[in-house]
Design a protein around this ligand. Structure first.
Ligand SMILES: [Zn+2]
Length: 201
């Protein structure tokens, strides 16, 4: 990692979910509260989060940040799109956590992200098998594309009995419990436990 990296890890406190796709939905705290706290203030925040969560290499994220500074409108659009993806993923995984079926509209909207993510990947022969790899890491939508790809993989394994929605109604964070039998009613997020996203009921 470069010492001058714009995208050095900035916080591990929000990574409590046990999977980076769920951690991505948890970049908004207080889904059910009147004043949610959004960690994704700007494109740099998104790039920094992607490094923190292990989605992007720091040097690649630095390139995205540089590109975002030159293409501010495209970066703003990519951030808006990533936030929309986050909302969709929160809806879908909340449904999974509650043992419900995701809504048709949400799945249809998510499918549009999936099609974009597929278009951003290519098939590469590696040794004795095929791997799905990003076609390029320089697209400003690549972070959302990687999350979408991994979200589909995660959804294919559902229902997972370990997937939980925080028992704090205001919080809305999603996480995997340590084991199927684990009693873990709350997400363990700092804002949630400190009561900064509503009171734990
Ligand atoms: Zn919580």
């Amino acid at each position: 990692m470069s010492e001058k990296s714009e995208c050095s890890p900035f916080s591990a406190e929000g990574l409590v979910a046990g999977h980076h796709v769920l951690d991505f939905t948890n970049t908004l705290a207080g889904w059910g509260s009147e004043s949610p706290v959004d960690s994704l203030d700007d494109y740099i925040s998104l790039a920094r989060w992607s490094v923190d969560a292990g989605v992007m290499e720091p040097t690649l994220a630095d390139i995205l940040v540089m590109k975002a500074s030159l293409e501010s409108e495209e970066a703003a659009a990519a951030l808006d799109s990533a936030r929309a993806l986050r909302t969709l993923l929160h809806h879908v995984f909340t449904a999974f956590a509650l043992g419900e079926e995701p809504s048709y509209d949400d799945m249809e909207s998510f499918e549009a992200f999936w099609r974009q993510a597929i278009a951003a990947h290519r098939l590469a022969f590696e040794g004795d098998h095929i791997e799905i790899r990003p076609a390029a890491f320089t697209s400003l939508t690549i972070i959302a594309d990687l999350i979408t790809r991994d979200a589909v993989d995660l959804m294919k394994t559902m229902p997972d009995k370990r997937l939980h929605l925080c028992a704090n109604d205001d919080c809305g964070w999603l996480y995997f419990a340590q084991s199927p039998a684990a009693e873990q009613r709350f997400c363990g997020g700092k804002l949630c436990l400190n009561g900064e996203v509503g009171r734990i009921k």
